[in-house]
Structures are given as C-alpha cells and as structure tokens.
Ligand binder design. Structure first.
Ligand SMILES: Cc1cc2nc3c(=O)[nH]c(=O)nc-3n(C[C@H](O)[C@H](O)[C@H](O)COP(=O)(O)O)c2cc1C
Length: 191
C-alpha cells in the first residue's frame, strides 16, 4: 500500500511515466545456478546457446533496470533480511560488465543518474539505528549498500514498523509513514 503511494505520487508529478511492475512474490525468479553464473562471467563471443539461455532472464532484468529512471522497491523484512524473492532479483541484476565494473583494483557502479525509493515494512518495532533491534536490521543497510554499489546513490528509504500489531497499534505507524512519504515526494522530479 505504501509502495503504491510512492508510485502514485510520483506518477502525479511525472504523468507521462511508463511503469513496469514486477511482483517477485507472485512471479518468483529462479535462483542462480552454475550455468547462469558461468554465463555472467563469459565474454559475449564465448556465449554458446546454453549459456545464452541461462542468462536470458537476467539480461531482460538488466535491460529493464538500465532503461529505468526510477526504481521503487517495496520490501518486507523476512527473518531480519530481505525476502529471498528480492534477493533472487538482486542476484540477476548485479552483473559484472553490465551493472558494475571491476578493473582489477576497484569496482564502479554502472547505473548512473537513477533514483531509488525503497519502502521497508517491519512486523515489529525498534529497527532504527541505535534502537534495540537496530543491529538486526539487515534490510535497509544491505539495500543501501547494494544500490550504491551499482551506482544508484540518490536513494530515499521509507519504513513502516509494527505492521504485525493489531490495527489500533499499527494505524499510527502507517499514518506516519504515509505523511513522511507525501512530504518527501512533493516536488520529486525524475533523475
Ligand atoms: C516469513 C516471514 C518472516 C518475517 N520476519 C520478520 C522479522 O524478522 N522481523 C519483523 O519485524 N517482521 C517480520 N515479519 C513480518 C513482516 O515483515 C511484516 O508483516 C511486513 O509488513 C510484511 O509485508 P507486507 O505488509 O507487505 O505483506 C515476517 C513475516 C513473514 C511472513
């Protein structure tokens, strides 16, 4: 719901947007296997049909991401980390020579000039920096690092906590998240 709010608020401001939705829970991506990994690390002229087929899905996801100005991720915490469905997507799009480069000494992100909005949902509370469960939050710091690694440095993270609490306890958290999102996105422009 908060992800939709981010999307709809951005679309109001950028009405000619074209949007690709990927529901990674309803249509899960396969985990990487050895053939796909071999394809990732093969030079284009060494890609025979089996390797090409193994990386076709990844190629599509990478092209999608390269073409995008804005990435919106909506992410529930599962066991203190991102759901494996999202991790599978990350494994398909973090591609040497496509979305990051390595020259033998240093890495560089190849996704320049893009913005990312990330909405994280936590069933419990206390996952902020310095809070009781802050050290158990492997969602936000991980995503921040991965996005930066790929070159996406313009990021905004929103969070909602207590989503597993009863409605009356949850409602103020949801309302606060809604307000934060609306306030932050007013006047947002494409990258
Ligand atoms: C398998 C599973 C694991 C979860 N693990 C955690 C967790 O470690 N910490 C937490 O605060 N909430 C956890 N939750 C609660 C979800 O993060 C929370 O319900 C979230 O709002 C779900 O996203 P949704 O509202 O978009 O469905 C878990 C939920 C599920 C289904």
């Amino acid at each position: 719901m908060l992800g939709d709010l981010v999307e709809n608020t951005l679309v109001e401001q950028i009405p000619d947007s074209s949007i690709i939705h990927r529901d990674l829970a309803d249509e899960p991506l396969p985990h990487l296997d050895a053939t796909a990994i071999a394809g990732f690390f093969s030079s284009p002229d060494a890609l025979h049909d089996t390797l090409k087929a193994a990386i076709a899905q990844s190629d599509e996801l990478v092209e999608e991401l390269l073409a995008a100005d804005i990435l919106i991720l909506t992410v529930p915490m599962y066991n203190f980390a991102v759901p494996s469905a999202l991790k599978a997507w990350i494994d398909h799009v973090v591609r040497i020579g496509r979305t990051f480069s390595y020259d033998g000494q240093s890495f560089a992100g190849l996704l320049q000039g893009k913005k990312a909005y990330v909405v994280c949902a936590y069933g419990a509370t206390g996952y902020g920096v310095g809070e009781p469960f802050g050290a158990a939050n492997f969602v936000e710091p991980y995503l921040r690092f991965v996005l930066t690694f790929l070159g996406i440095t313009q990021t905004e993270f929103f969070s909602v906590e207590a989503t597993s609490a009863p409605e009356d306890a949850r409602a103020p958290f949801v309302e606060k998240a809604r307000e934060t999102i609306l306030q932050a996105l007013r006047g947002a422009q494409p990258a």
